[in-house]
Design a protein around this ligand. Structure first.
Ligand SMILES: [Zn+2]
Ligand SMILES: [Zn+2]
Length: 337
């Protein structure tokens, strides 16, 4: 049987002193370490509360660093869905426009209106080539614009001028292939049409450069690429070049150079990786509606000649390669190559 020892008053005082001393030594030690780290002379009068505040600030700072702000530069690469993708493509919106849709003769009046087409003072259907200078949502209606027109063109563009046979389906196949490859690279793609049974106006197509097609807000797309095929005698792949001046709202001082570089990069890649021969840039149509109204970088491809049987055969059999080349051209443009 053990001896039972009762605690005296002295025992309590000694134990309490030991606990208090131990606490003071630990706290002083923590403070000295932190003060020395900051290069500050320790001040023995500063109490433990100061250390606690400092620690709270450190914790808050750590939390802030853990969450990357949305406007901060992202890491060079990140993993998404098991694939390593470059972040430069991750949040970029690309608008792909497969050109002409179904024939205007197959559209009702209601369908024309909902597709962005308008009637002029003579009752004819079409759209205006320009916005009023400095605008991106007020049509020129023949005045208040720079009046730049294509050869044989005017401010007014009749809906029937865009009617084509064969080209709509060729363009759509190439555009859908480009979409697939762009998405596999991590881009977000908006299509101005997804079937051959629709025919939006060019003005309507450009509204896809904006969130929810709202031209009253600022555009959120990085670029707008028109995908067409040529006709009228010839062979090979080309692009239509831009030429100053353009005066719509939102465009940058490098709008013309950027559009030409985008067209060139895509066209070069198509010529390098498909059976289509490389044609020279088309320089006589810088006043296309897309160029005159786009709020962001605008490129315009004329891929092969759909009215040439050899080119048409390539367009039909190598559509996936053409789409891949377009995606690679866009990727090179965005990454500044
Ligand atoms: Zn005009
Ligand atoms: Zn076309």
């Amino acid at each position: 049987m053990k001896n039972k020892r009762t605690w005296t008053r002295g025992d309590f005082i000694r134990t309490a002193l030991i606990i208090v001393l131990a606490g003071v030594i630990v706290c002083e030690g923590v403070y000295l370490i932190r003060s020395n780290r900051k290069g500050v002379e320790p001040d023995t009068d500063i109490n433990i509360a100061a250390v606690s505040i400092e620690k709270a600030e450190d914790t808050a700072k750590d939390d802030a660093e853990t969450e990357v702000p949305t406007d901060a530069a992202p890491p060079a690469e990140m993993s998404m869905g098991g694939e390593t993708q470059t972040v430069t493509s991750g949040n970029k919106i690309i608008v792909i426009d497969p050109g002409h849709g179904k024939s205007s003769s197959l559209m009702s009046a209601d369908e024309k209106i909902s597709s962005g087409w308008k009637q002029n003072s003579s009752g004819a259907w079409g759209e205006w080539r320009h916005y009023k200078t400095g605008s991106v949502n007020t049509d020129c209606e023949g005045t208040g614009c720079n009046h730049r027109v294509t050869p044989n063109g005017a401010c007014w563009y009749p809906i029937g001028n865009g009617d084509r046979a064969t080209e709509p389906e060729v363009n759509l196949n190439n555009a859908l292939a480009a979409k697939t490859h762009l998405e596999s690279m991590g881009y977000t793609v908006r299509m101005t049409r997804t079937t051959n049974n629709e025919n939006p106006s060019i003005t309507k197509r450009l509204s896809y450069c904006y969130p929810n097609n709202n031209t009253a807000t600022s555009p959120d797309a990085t670029l707008f690429l028109c995908i067409h095929s040529n006709a009228g005698g010839g062979r090979g792949t080309s692009y239509i070049s831009l030429e100053d001046p353009y005066d719509q709202q939102w465009i940058s001082s490098t709008y013309t150079a950027d559009g030409n570089r985008l067209g060139q990069l895509c066209n070069d890649r198509i010529a390098e990786t498909t059976s289509l021969t490389k044609g020279a840039p088309i320089t006589f149509e810088p006043q296309l509606i897309a160029f005159c109204k786009a709020p962001v970088t605008c490129g315009y491809l004329e891929i092969g000649f759909f009215d040439n049987q050899q080119d048409l055969s390539i367009l039909r059999s190598e559509s996936d390669a053409i789409g891949r080349a377009i995606a690679e051209g866009i990727d090179s443009f965005i990454k500044g190559n």
